[in-house]
Ligand binder design. Sequence first.
Ligand code: ATP
Ligand code: MG
Length: 348
Amino acid sequence: MKNVILTGDRPTGKLHIGHYVGSLKRRVELQNSGKYEKIYIMIADAQALTDNFDNPEKVRANITEVALDYLACGLDPNKSTIFIQSHVSELTELTFFYMNLVTLARLERNPTVKTEIKQKGFGASIPMGFLTYPVSQTADITAFKADTVPVGEDQLPMLEQAREIVRSFNGLYGETLVEPKAVLPENRSCLRLPGTDGMAKMSKSLGNCIYLADSEEEIKRKVMGMYTDPNHLKVTDPGNTKDNPTFIYLDAFSTNEHFAAYLPEYSCLDEMKAHYERGGLGDMKVKKFLNAVMQETLAPIRARREEYAKDLNAVWEMLKKGSAQAKEVAAQTLAEVKKAMKINYFAE
Ligand code: ATP
Ligand code: MG
């Protein structure tokens, strides 16, 4: 049996370079590898509403943005099914049944959700929808019998939760659902790309992003304003490259060809890092090189994005078609789930 992929993004903003190295780039490679029977890419609008229910306009507008980012990065609707979560109502039904298999204490222990609750300042007033989004994510994955989920590191607790629900469901009602596994980026720096402000994660909700759609000037301004090593005051000071986002971005994006083209005095990143660590290499020079690397990486993506943006009707038509296809598959799984749960009263 060939493998099935499901993955997606919340339409809470345009996609950024953390998404690109953390998940998007890998998806496109997997899509083009021909090794997968089906690839489902979901725009998680219902999940985005769990912490943006007071701002549906934002979610709606960002569906277009995320779809454009997908197409610009090379996701191909002829090879992958791109769909909108809320349009597949079967996912909500599955969520309702899976909720019986999870305790409140288990949901409250999820480390990613815990961090997000703090960031969003929910305090004691955590919306139920938000707390239970890992359950709905299990519905998203299992509805398509996905076994492979390419994601960033922050999603590992969601995958663990999904596996628990699947085991519990299959144990209770009989072998029905497929246990998924996460596929993380191979490059360690891409697991959780930090923000330009040095925060642990670049995130749409934190405003510390370089977006795939950013103009040449915006990219330059953001790179030149980036947080570096706060103790590296003088050029001659020894610097830290490990917790320094400029070097983490170089780890994620730079190649030896970039050095040959823009900074031939070093043959590779290790040489440049060694110089920074022993002192004598200024932040300005590092940032100028990083800017050149980012410009070269993002220019073709931005150009393709602008092309697709000329025909938004075609983009929405693609989403409508993908959503109808996804709905058919999810309905099939829901029927199997209901049968296993012995609630398919009128089936025969
Ligand atoms: P939000 O702030 O609304 O949660 P986000 O920036 O975290 O937005 P998501 O839509 O939640 O983005 O995440 C989509 C996918 O991108 C997930 O697989 C996630 O792991 C991955 N991802 C998000 N941010 C990063 C990052 N900084 N580095 C690596 N992967 C990331
Ligand atoms: Mg997120």
